[in-house]
Design a protein around this ligand. Sequence first.
Ligand code: BTN
Length: 324
Amino acid sequence: MSLKGEILEKLKSVFPSHVSGQSIAESFGVSRSAVWKAVNRLKREGYPIEGSPRRGYRLTAPSDLLTRENLLPLLKTRTFGRSGYFHHREVTSTNDVAKLLAREGCPHGTVIVAEAQSRGRGRLGRSWLSPPGAGIYFSLVLRPDFEPPLAPRITLLAGVAVARAIQSLSSLEPKIKWPNDVLLGERKVAGILMEMEAEADLIHYLVLGVGVNANMDRAQLPESLNATSLFLETRTTHSRCELLARVLYELESLWDELLSRGFEPVAEMWREMSFTLGKIVKVEKKEEILCGQAEDIDEHGCLLVRDQEGRIHRVSHGEVMHVR
Ligand code: BTN
């Protein structure tokens, strides 16, 4: 672990008490000036650290920044978030940063996370509200070796992973609106934006952007969005670090499952958590509006909708509205 990481662990272990610069220097065998520099780096990253000449350093509040140092002790993955991890205070969109890194060749499993996004993006050209420190905004770079038409499976997989992570850390029962909006009740708590660069038969990379409304209060989520947060549903603050670690773990487990056993086990989990199947839906496609019953998903992750004449339509993208 880096000196910065060691100091952080020490400060966390004595929180809210102080630890002297001298004792940190002695226990890690470094100079006091090295300690001072590492503490300043932590402060620049946003850790609330206070220094007093006689008593030393202390954290003034428990830190839930999504830094590598905070995440690693909780992370149970082999690759995701370990092959590369980039933490930013603010970016335009983590998907934009991820695409740049992916073009430069960053490894499969690289994670880019931000405390805030100034131009967070959602599906269908929408924006994604990303106030500082309240939610989780991250992108995962994947380098699958299957063909582009199979990529939509990954967005369904991501919805299942986020829903399972929420379920395992709370008493909540999330549902998934096709393709991958994670809902609590009828309100959206998380969304996924997958972008990819591909040729006809080869995916160069996929960027899976995940946004989870963790601790937003009502003022941070306008009523018109029909959104909710874990905080609003449970009235307790959730550890964003634990949640991110869990989402990455679920993503990696389902990814492994997909590679070893194919899509069906993931599809079955999706069906069990589905909010959409069995409902009458309206799907806006380019020129037409299709209305019918959502019957199933297929092996590509497309939604199968039966219209009034009994014909089955495969829906691969677009907005799905639930009529009843
Ligand atoms: C949606 O439901 O419309 C998708 C929302 C995706 C939001 C996440 S936040 C992290 C990543 N960066 C972005 O700009 N968007 C995704």
